[in-house]
Design a protein around this ligand. Structure first.
Ligand code: NAD
Ligand code: 3PG
Length: 467
């Protein structure tokens, strides 16, 4: 595996990813005007247009995003800055000012306060499943599309959970620690087979449903609770309430996203509903479990053990004292408890998952940057047109992100009416709409005029022209 490049500008062929090539040699280049000035036109620096060139695209990659993504971006010729960790807010704000796309994982918080400084940003890639770390609504309102990888690490999380179910049941964590400390403690009391036991899954999505299949293959009975009615896999059964699940399960495993509804969904009353001697596993998000309540339930022996992979606050980087970040809340109390297995948010951390995520998110980000295709965006209308023929002269792709209000198409098509519209597609999501159109028969002055007129419309959020 080649070492990640700190800043690279590698212009190579594009065949490998199947993405279109991009540098164009048509109209109106301005050596003094950066690509950024025209790329995210909210910048007041200059309205001079310049043909799209992948070599001008700047991407910031944080949190040790996989090499597969670096390879894709390198093939595109983008300028990539790669960092292994996330960044404190002030540093993030400084860096995000300059880039067109940012790649993050679960740690980096892209809040309104950060995003309002991102004047050139057009896309965010979450190289993970969760997108709760991004202010999705503010991003959409700012014309920034957010992408993630909806299922590339779900198998890894499901497999880890199976390992944890058995580890809890056999007190493996404690036996391992004891022997590492020179203490032989051969025992069978309160150690169980998992066969015939009941697993209760909260959230039967990509991870929960895979877990259900794996657990049944071990001879477990599976119940699940989900806000949506979902067809069961195998012999698993959906139950009508969280309480019913908690009352009837020997193991509870949480696989819900972080939302206002899932915040502390497991707290004192829910722990009280669980069977005596049951186990709790949280591989979802740290906010889903009330940790002090869990600690109490473990201390009084209500629960026989727990696995925690995710925490309300997590460090930015690996290391003994978390590089000055506030220590994980309640970690000392958790550490002192029997049969509690603590892992550092590694549910999706396998070679297979990270490599697949790098390819998936790297590819969708490149397609959005190069072609405007927003398929897979989580906060944005999903629009796509077949790639523009870059060998053809006098064609231009219009990417027009606008407020979803009446009258837009009439106005836009009036602006386009002097040209041949080769193809056009638009869609909306909430307050935001996105129109893609390819027009032909345009010269450099036409392109400038089109841009100026579209950007001046009262509906405009962001206009990009690819030519
Ligand atoms: N530990 C890790 O490293 C790791 C890795 C991947 C994902 N995750 C977390 O796991 C979560 C689940 O992942 P997924 O891919 O299975 O997501 P998913 O969207 O496929 O499934 C989530 C399920 O939860 C259900 N749900 C939502 N709110 C609910 C509620 N209040 N009560 C009951 N059910 C509810 C949804 O209907 C859905 O079926 C992710 O959002 C992410 O936060 C953690
Ligand atoms: O949302 C996810 O996919 C998981 O929480 C994994 O996050 P990570 O990529 O930061 O490990």
């Amino acid at each position: 595996m080649s070492a990640p490049q700190p800043i690279s500008n590698l212009t190579q062929a594009f065949e490998k990813t199947g993405l279109s090539s991009s540098p164009r040699n048509t109209v109106s280049t301005s050596p003094t005007t950066s690509y950024m000035d025209q790329y995210k036109p909210s910048s007041k620096a200059s309205k001079t247009l310049k043909p799209f060139s992948t070599g001008d695209v700047k991407i910031l990659l944080l949190e040790n995003v996989n090499q597969t993504a670096l390879d894709i971006f390198g093939q595109q010729g983008y300028q990539v800055e790669f960092l292994k960790t996330s960044l404190p807010e002030e540093e993030l704000i400084e860096k995000i000012k300059d880039v067109h796309a940012i790649g993050i994982r679960s740690k980096t918080r892209l809040t309104e306060n950060v995003l309002k400084h991102a004047k050139h940003l057009v896309a965010i890639g979450c190289f993970c499943i969760g997108t709760n770390q991004v202010d999705l609504e503010f991003a959409a309102k700012s014309g920034i599309a957010v992408f993630n990888s909806p299922f590339s690490n779900s198998r890894s999380v499901a497999e880890l959970t199976i390992a944890e179910i058995i580890a809890l049941s056999r007190e493996l964590g404690d036996r391992n620690m004891e022997l590492h400390n020179g203490f032989w403690n051969k025992k069978s009391a309160r150690c169980w087979e998992v066969r015939g036991k009941t697993l209760g899954i909260v959230g039967y999505g990509h991870i929960g449903s895979q877990l259900s299949v794996l657990a049944e293959s071990l001879g477990m009975n599976v119940l699940y609770y989900d806000v949506t009615m979902i067809m069961s896999l195998g012999n698993s059964k959906q139950v009508g309430s969280l309480a019913e699940l908690l009352n009837n399960s020997d193991f509870i495993s949480l696989h819900v996203p972080e939302t206002p509804d899932t915040k502390q969904m497991i707290s004192t009353p829910q722990l009280a509903e669980m069977k005596d001697g049951a186990y709790l596993i949280n591989n979802s998000r740290g906010t889903v479990v009330d940790l002090p309540a869990l600690i109490d339930a473990l201390k009084i022996g209500k629960l026989a053990g727990a696995c925690i992979d995710v925490y309300p606050k997590e460090p930015r980087a690996n290391g003994p004292h978390f590089n000055g970040d506030e220590l994980l809340p309640f970690i000392d109390e958790l550490k002192s408890l029997k049969n509690v297995i603590l892992t550092p948010h590694i549910g999706g951390s396998t070679e297979e998952a990270q490599s697949a995520i790098g390819i998936e998110v790297g590819t969708v980000l490149s397609k959005y940057l190069n072609e405007g295709a927003s398929v897979g965006a989580v906060n944005f209308p999903e629009v796509s047109l077949r790639p523009l023929d870059l060998d053809e002269q006098n064609v231009c792709r219009i990417l027009y992100i606008h407020h979803n209000v009446p009258g837009v198409l009439k106005t836009v098509n009036q602006i386009l009416s002097d040209y041949n519209i080769e193809k056009q597609f638009s869609d909306s999501r909430g307050d935001i709409a996105y129109l893609m159109a390819d027009v032909s028969g345009v010269n450099s002055d036409d392109i400038k005029n089109l841009y100026t007129e579209l950007e001046a419309t009262s509906y405009n959020i962001s206009t990009r022209l690819l030519y």
